[in-house]
Design a protein around this ligand. Structure first.
Ligand code: OGA
Ligand code: MN
Length: 279
């Protein structure tokens, strides 16, 4: 019998874990079973866990290496996700979470893409603010054989400018310079994982297809993203304070449903770094 009680939330993405509290999460060696469940379900929901920030970072460390970049929060390893500028001076940038994306597609250096993101709800919005998930493995599996072959060699440039310009279409010159100083990354459209599984690398950061007419390449990227994220293939998490959700950036796309900019919604995020290149 598995040490975890797991129930699938949709056919292709998401599962809920019940019967677990912080003590169990940290005292037993659950890292192996949780990583397994994450790989197979893409998203794990632990409702009402009320994980303290320090415990969240300790849990993240059980799964892998944690990103300790400054996060507008007193606890190292926590990044505060909120549109409230008094709580996060870079809040504006977070509007890009309203578009489908994969965390870590545009690293500052040659780091591998982020493996998992752990998000806990500290405050929720009255309206909107759900987080939606779609499997990028399943999106690949649904392609026709002809498409799998046609897309096998395509490479895509991902940039911060591509994702930010969707939410801030008219940046001032200073902002544009800042976006452009961020290095862009080139990834294959189809990621062949160590496990042998394949997934599509898509989302707001995907700018253009290398060596292809811009419009033609955009049409392919837009069509693939639309199909990957059809409502029938999406798990939508409706947050309550204290919920923790973990997702696997190797195999899921995600986005936040719009919420009011003055909403108190506040999520605490811990990023577990990856150890596998996109190839
Ligand atoms: C993120 C993110 C979604 C949300 O923190 O990377 O995409 O619902 N968050 O806040
Ligand atoms: Mn994200």
């Amino acid at each position: 019998m598995s040490v975890l009680t797991i129930e699938k939330l949709t056919a292709s993405v998401g599962a809920e874990i019940t019967g677990i509290d912080t003590d169990r999460l940290l005292s037993e060696d659950l890292a192996g079973p949780i990583l397994d469940a994450l790989e197979h379900n893409g998203v794990l929901v632990i409702p009402g866990l009320h994980l303290a920030p320090e415990a969240q970072v300790a849990f993240g460390r059980r799964l892998g290496e944690v990103d300790y970049s400054p996060g507008h929060h007193p606890v190292a390893g926590i990044y505060r996700v909120t549109l409230d500028k008094s709580k996060n001076s870079s809040a504006n940038k977070l509007k890009a979470t309203f578009d489908w994306h994969i965390d870590g597609c545009t690293p500052t250096g040659d780091e591998y893409p982020q493996m998992a993101t752990i998000l806990s709800a500290k405050a929720v919005s009255d309206k909107g603010g759900e987080t939606e998930f779609a499997s990028s493995y399943a999106a690949y599996d649904r392609l026709s054989d002809d498409e799998k072959e046609r897309f096998a060699s395509l490479r895509v440039v991902h940039s911060l400018e591509a994702s930010q310009s969707r939410v801030t279409p008219d940046p001032d010159p200073e902002t544009l310079t800042r976006w452009r100083s961020w290095p862009s990354s080139e990834h294959p459209l189809i990621w062949t994982h160590r496990s042998g599984r394949r997934s599509l690398v898509l989302g707001a950061s995907a700018d253009y297809v290398v060596g292809m007419d811009r419009a033609e390449g955009r049409a392919i990227l837009d069509d693939l993203l639309t199909r990957a994220t059809e409502p029938a293939h999406v798990y939508r998490h409706q947050w309550s304070v204290g919920d923790t959700v973990i997702w696997d950036n190797r195999g899921v796309l995600h986005r936040a449903a719009p919420y009011d900019h003055s909403s108190p919604r506040e999520m605490l995020r811990t990023t577990v770094l990856g150890d596998e290149p996109i190839k």
